[in-house]
Design a protein around this ligand. Structure first.
Ligand code: AHG
Ligand code: MN
Ligand code: MN
Length: 337
């Protein structure tokens, strides 16, 4: 009785802290009696690495890890120190977690052998997305896709394990290192978002069952090559302007995607003369975000085909990317050109 009274008096101070991501993953696993726990462990490995990177990013200006390395990545792009740090953090967490046989990272050349030939999963990852923004303290992200390997567990992984269409993703997600750090993921049963509470070192479920608004006020595009965009895309951008929609473009894909996911909007990265397939990478960036978009009721297309239906022919394949609120992307696709 005394304790009930005390509890009631303390209600304001002892509000429930919510569902941690570990508990959420365990609850979801329990819904599938045949689940072995391997995917749950793999997700937890990603969660752990993201916490470490969140810490590194928060201190980037103080710890001397801003700026460039002397290295270029396989795309010929200059690498930043944090690109490499994020790559090492994820790779190490995944190797030690023992649930993946191989990792394909935007930062490293070739497939990384995780030394776990019996593992049934592979991961494709952009460890630090939007890294050119890091030196000016603007939000960046991580994008990841999890596939079940097509080669037999127990044998060496193959290229084909990493050339699966996005529809084959077992899970996909992103981390946004922003004003707060958020992790958003899907295993094909809706999209859930978690916010990191650094003083507890835990992610808590903050955005259950995310649904992308059918339409929105924002369009996100870098117009530097506007004149060379496909006619259809130029017409669509004109249409957005005629409707007085607002441009919002961070230049970190994860951030632009996240805003449009929650608020409604469309992200456009078209092809142009210097980049005939656009800039974004199908396997490292487009597929994971396309899966999340579709799971939340949105659409992701290359202008002709569903992103998730495209079978990559090589790891570094790029694709035009038009992604966002259903009605907006449908309007774009409906334009005659
Ligand atoms: P990354 O930092 O992983 O190389 O990705 C950069 C990508 C993406 O995050 C962003 O949307 C896009 O590049 C921006 O490109 P532009 O500078 O051409 O707009
Ligand atoms: Mn990227
Ligand atoms: Mn990157």
């Amino acid at each position: 009785m005394y304790f009930d009274k005390k509890k009631a008096e303390l209600d304001d101070f002892t509000y429930p802290i919510g569902t941690t991501i570990d508990r959420f993953i365990a609850q979801k696993q329990a819904e599938f009696p045949q689940a072995t726990g391997e995917l749950s462990q793999l997700l937890k490995d990603i969660v752990l690495a993201s916490k470490v990177i969140s810490r590194e990013i928060n201190r980037a200006g103080l710890s001397g890890i801003e700026g460039m390395t002397d290295e270029e990545n396989v795309h010929g792009e200059k690498q930043r120190m944090l690109d490499v740090i994020a790559d090492v953090r994820f790779t190490r967490a995944l190797v030690r977690g023992r649930q993946v046989c191989g990792i394909l990272s935007e930062v490293s050349e070739g497939i990384i052998d995780a030394g776990n030939p019996n593992a049934k999963y592979v991961v494709v990852i952009d460890p630090l997305d939007g890294s050119s923004n890091i030196d000016v303290n603007i939000a960046v992200g991580t994008v990841f896709s999890i596939y079940e390997r097509v080669s037999e567990p127990g044998t060496p992984f193959t290229n084909e394990d990493f050339l699966q269409e996005g529809d084959k993703q077992i899970a996909a997600g992103y981390v946004l290192y922003g004003a707060s750090t958020m992790l958003v993921y899907t295993t094909g049963y809706g999209v859930n978002g978690f916010t990191y509470e650094p003083s507890l070192g835990e992610y808590f479920l903050s955005h259950p069952n995310i649904q992308q608004p059918e339409s929105g006020e924002y369009f996100s595009v870098n117009e530097n090559h506007f004149e060379e965009f496909p006619t259809k895309i130029k017409a669509y951008i004109k249409q957005c302007k005629d409707k007085h929609l607002s441009t919002r473009y961070v230049g970190s894909l994860v951030c632009d995607f996240h805003r449009n996911l929650l608020k409604g909007g469309v992200y456009l990265y078209p092809s142009h003369h210097l980049s005939p397939d656009g800039k974004l990478r199908l396997s490292f960036e487009c597929n994971a975000l396309a899966m999340i978009a579709e799971q939340a009721g949105g659409v992701a297309t290359d202008g002709e085909k569903r992103i998730l239906g495209i079978k990559p022919t090589w790891h570094q394949q790029r694709s035009p990317f038009y992604c966002g609120s259903k009605k907006m992307v449908e309007e774009l696709l409906a334009i005659d050109s």
